[in-house]
Design a protein around this ligand. Structure first.
Ligand SMILES: Nc1ncnc2c1ncn2[C@@H]1O[C@H](COP(=O)(O)OP(=O)(O)OP(=O)(O)O)[C@@H](O)[C@H]1O
Ligand SMILES: [Mg+2]
Length: 246
């Protein structure tokens, strides 16, 4: 396996949110609520009268009809008609790390193909919400990872912190690597996965103290998770407060 060259992409500029903007949603791990938050973001932007579409560049864990639950939910939350191939360029049956799922079927995940699909979606929509696979440093092929993809897509990142034991370390590691790759963290969401997590408020306060980007909201534990309900806990005006910078 080739060693990944250490490259630091240029820091991407971030515009205020009243100008239409797309986002990349990452998480502290797999299964922490990225799809729930991505769909909630799509609902909010759609309620503002925007044309919105979700994208899942790489999905690992599809049935034999190439049906993936994340893609189904993202499609249902958007209001722009787009093809399945544009929304989800890569879909693998095996629910394993994307580069391994691809390797298993003899495919190499290609960033240019993902960027082409994103560009097509971006041309049709005001806002594209792109959901990552797993966590931020998930490999996509033998030498590129999800952070490389975000750099090439030039998207600001929204981090979903799955509030459970261990999340402080996972969140701070992710925040550090976003900065180390020259990318912009637009905001983060505290998504409560463990209804009985001791010291929830203290955990959130600790993260607020250490993460410079705004906390966009705290989504409580939901017995029946619902993106529209989750959206009521998010305040995206905090994204508008970001100043343009190089
Ligand atoms: N606030 C919450 N309360 C209760 N359950 C939640 C909450 N957020 C997410 N879940 C549940 O946790 C599971 C994982 O959520 P979700 O699919 O959104 O995570 P993900 O990060 O997108 O996962 P993946 O890495 O597979 O894409 C789902 O069953 C979802 O319904
Ligand atoms: Mg998901």
């Amino acid at each position: 396996m080739a060693i990944r060259p250490v490259t630091v992409p240029r820091r991407i500029a971030i515009r205020p949110c009243n100008i239409e903007m797309s986002y990349f949603v990452t998480g502290t791990d797999t299964g922490v609520g990225k799809t729930l938050v991505s769909c909630a973001l799509l609902h909010i932007f759609a309620s503002q009268g925007k044309n919105v579409v979700g994208m899942k560049p790489v999905a690992a864990g599809c049935d034999n009809d190439e049906r993936n639950e994340d893609v189904v939910q993202l499609r249902a939350s958007g209001n722009v008609l787009a093809s399945k191939g544009q929304i989800n360029p890569y879909c693998f049956v095996q629910a394993v790390a994307p580069h391994l799922a691809a390797q298993f079927v003899g495919i190499n995940i290609s960033l240019p193909r993902i960027i082409k699909s994103f560009t097509e979606l971006n041309a049709q929509a005001d806002v594209v919400v792109v959901e990552g696979a797993g966590g931020f440093l998930v490999p996509l092929n033998s030498w590129q990872d999800s952070a490389d993809m975000v750099g090439q897509l030039e998207l600001p990142v929204i981090l979903v912190v799955g509030m459970r034991l261990g999340c402080i370390n996972h969140a701070l590691l992710t925040v550090e690597v976003i900065a180390a790759r020259g990318l912009t963290l637009a905001g983060w969401v505290a998504n409560v996965l463990d209804a009985s997590l001791p010291m929830l408020n203290e955990n959130i306060a600790t993260l607020r103290q250490r993460i410079r980007a705004p906390l966009l909201g705290v989504i409580p534990y939901q017995e029946r998770p619902d993106a529209i309900e989750a959206a009521t806990h998010l305040n995206l005006t905090l994204l508008e407060q970001l100043e343009a910078h190089d």
